[in-house]
Ligand binder design. Structure first.
Ligand code: HEC
Ligand code: HEC
Length: 221
């Protein structure tokens, strides 16, 4: 009886403290919502820089930028890679390393990349492609059962950090293109959220994918 009371008080206190802690972090970064330890994360990413850049700003159009991506999404994807649910030839080179890391380590890595601001891309100035990209991204296509991308990735592409919907603004074109194709072919199938994107990408043509990738690459706030 006495014990459970003490425990109760103890848990009440730690929950209270955690909440206070989160709140102070939220006040500092209300839009990015970072709870991992970015400083610790910075010590775990040496082997990532070759492809993703020292601050997550990858140099190849085929390699995703991680800077400014939200923590929740990054964390989930890192777990998928570590646990073999999401596969990619290049990421496989670091899978054995990821397998030595705990969930907390992965959260710290996610916090490290999430702390940086996203960088801006430049869309190709092709009128037809831009018109199609804008139309699809903002309004979708009812006839083809393609919903507006804005409803989850937001008008300016920053996604939804609380829900863990990824930011697509300024993301590399090559990567955006291959991602949409990988959802369409159902190759990318890690986690329930990927099923949502599979259904959305199912009816997209190559040209529509090119237009969307070009549009998202040029998005910024
Ligand atoms: C040899 C190049 C290479 C290295 C090294 C590498 N990555 Fe990647 N990474 C990639 C590629 C390519 C993708 C895209 C995979 C795909 O298309 O599914 C990717 C995807 C990711 C994603 C998912 C991004 C998204 O938007 O969904 C995360 C997170 C990530 N890498 C983190 C890391 C971390 C952390 C390390 C170091 C431990 C690392 N990567 C090392 C090439 C690399
Ligand atoms: C209902 C919400 C929702 C809608 C609508 C939506 N998305 Fe997504 N999108 C998501 C979620 C959630 C993910 C992460 C899926 C995963 O874990 O694989 C995602 C992932 C993506 C990715 C991969 C990002 C990365 O870094 O790997 C791209 C690209 C993308 N969406 C583009 C689009 C486009 C283009 C549209 C409109 C045609 C669209 N999405 C509509 C929720 C949505």
């Amino acid at each position: 009886m006495k014990y459970s009371l003490i425990l109760f008080v103890y848990f009440g206190l730690t929950i209270g403290l955690d909440a206070a802690d989160d709140k102070s972090k939220e006040i500092k970064m209300p839009e990015t919502f970072i709870s991992g330890d970015a400083t610790k994360g910075s010590q775990l990413v040496e082997s990532c820089a070759a492809c993703h850049g020292a601050d997550g700003n990858s140099i190849s159009t085929d390699w995703p930028k991680l800077n400014g991506q939200n923590q929740r999404y990054l964390y989930e994807q890192l777990k998928y890679f570590r646990d073999g649910e999401r596969m990619n030839v290049l990421m496989m080179s670091v899978t054995p390393y990821l397998q030595t890391l705990t969930d907390e380590d992965l959260l710290d890595i996610a916090a490290f990349y999430a702390q940086y601001n996203p960088t801006v891309g430049q869309a190709k100035n092709d009128e037809d492609l831009l018109a199609l990209g804008t139309q699809l991204y903002r309004f979708g296509n009812m006839k083809k059962q393609i919903p507006a991308c804005t409803s989850c990735h937001s008008v300016y592409g920053e996604g939804n950090s609380l829900a863990g919907y990824p930011s697509v603004a300024g993301q590399q074109i090559g990567y955006l293109t291959s991602s949409l194709k990988a959802y369409r072919s159902k190759e990318r199938n890690a986690g329930e959220s990927s099923l949502v994107m599979q259904a959305i990408a199912e009816n997209l043509t190559d040209n529509e994918i090119d237009a969307l990738a070009n549009y998202m690459h040029g998005l910024y706030q």
